[in-house]
Design a protein around this ligand. Structure first.
Ligand SMILES: [Zn+2]
Length: 341
């Protein structure tokens, strides 16, 4: 399987992934959404919206989207497959659970009490990766992990430990959720100390933090960091895009373009009753869509002195490397030659 990654349409050569958004959600629902039975999912409408999103991304040259929706937040690979079939977009989906504060922790906490949670989780990850989700045959291409603000709970730690083991055994890549950009260095250290390959780890939502030194503490673990919430500004602890751009230009200037990835963390279809945003919030998230990076962020980066090659590194080469494509070999040889790492 080397040189390929699982997508909703089966294994695809990593070298054909092209321009990639590493963290979006075609559909997302907070755990509990199924309890509001007045708003069941309208599958036709969800597919219509998904196709619109895929087409918009494709207009900007995007070839691949990683859907980061966890198992306990309405993940639905069958819907994603239909969107991929009808648009030609590569869609890679996740296996994993959301962080304790916003996920559905009751199930695995109960199993932790019985002492069987880790074994069950390992079995679940391996079964989905090797055989597919349920009887769909659809296999996830990444493991999704998450932690809350300023702490990693025992519940969350268990998922990291088991994911590191599965990463080692299967080679699958890992993407994470950090809350307000906190616990990035700790997430990276935990995974690496449990044996996961840092070249296969993206510490997500680090653009929630504008402290360059904090980013450096994460980057020095050899992992990627995600500036993956562009457009989601001014709430859930998110800074404004212009402040994130400043941090990003700083990190690129320090030579880290080969360890950064970008996305928006968009939710394009909310499961349950769609949120009614207060007016102020509506204004703040006007640019929270899959075109924002291409329409607003890249031009601002270019104006700040970031080169076209560096943008290509972030949007094309780094996603290729995290999935083990030919860029990862080039990077390794270059590092060997220059004595780095
Ligand atoms: Zn997300």
């Amino acid at each position: 399987m080397s040189g390929t990654v699982n997508t909703v349409l089966g294994p695809v050569a990593v070298d054909s992934l092209g321009k990639t958004l590493m963290h979006e959600h075609f559909f997302f629902g907070y755990a509990g959404h199924t309890g509001n039975t007045k708003y069941p999912i309208d599958r036709d409408e969800a597919i219509r919206v998904g196709i619109e999103v895929a087409d918009k991304a494709k207009q900007h040259g995007v070839k691949t989207i990683v859907d980061a929706t966890p198992n306990d937040s309405g993940r639905d690979p069958v819907l994603l497959k239909e969107i991929a079939e009808r648009t030609g977009l590569h869609i890679i989906f996740s296996t994993g659970y959301y962080y304790e504060g916003e996920g559905a922790p009751a199930y695995f906490k109960f199993k932790q009490g019985l002492g069987t949670a880790e074994d069950e989780l390992y079995e679940l990850y391996m079964d989905e990766i090797q055989n597919g989700v349920g009887n769909t045959g659809l296999k996830p291409g990444v493991i999704k992990l998450g932690t809350g603000k300023d702490a990693i709970t025992d519940y969350e730690r268990m998922f990291f430990k088991v994911a590191a083991r599965v990463q080692k055994e299967t080679g699958i890549s890992i993407i994470t959720h950090t809350q307000e950009g906190t616990m990035g260095p700790e997430q990276a250290k935990l995974l690496v100390s449990e044996g996961a390959d840092p070249n296969r780890i993206l510490i997500g939502h680090m653009d929630g933090n504008t402290d360059i030194r904090y980013h450096l503490r994460t980057l020095e673990q050899g992992v990627y960091v995600g500036f993956d919430r562009f457009g989601l500004q001014g709430f859930v602890g998110a800074p404004m895009d212009k402040d994130r751009i400043g941090t990003l230009i700083g990190l690129i200037g320090l030579g880290y373009a080969d360890q950064i990835m970008m996305a928006h963390d968009t939710v394009n279809c909310w499961l349950g009753k769609p949120p009614e945003w207060p007016k102020e919030m509506q204004k703040l998230i006007t640019n929270w869509h899959v075109g924002n990076i291409f329409e607003n962020i890249v031009p601002a980066l270019r104006e700040g002195g970031v080169t076209a090659e560096q943008i290509e590194q972030i949007l094309v080469k780094n996603p290729n490397r995290i999935f083990g494509g030919s860029e990862s070999l080039k990077a390794r040889n270059k590092n060997k030659a220059s004595g780095v790492r």
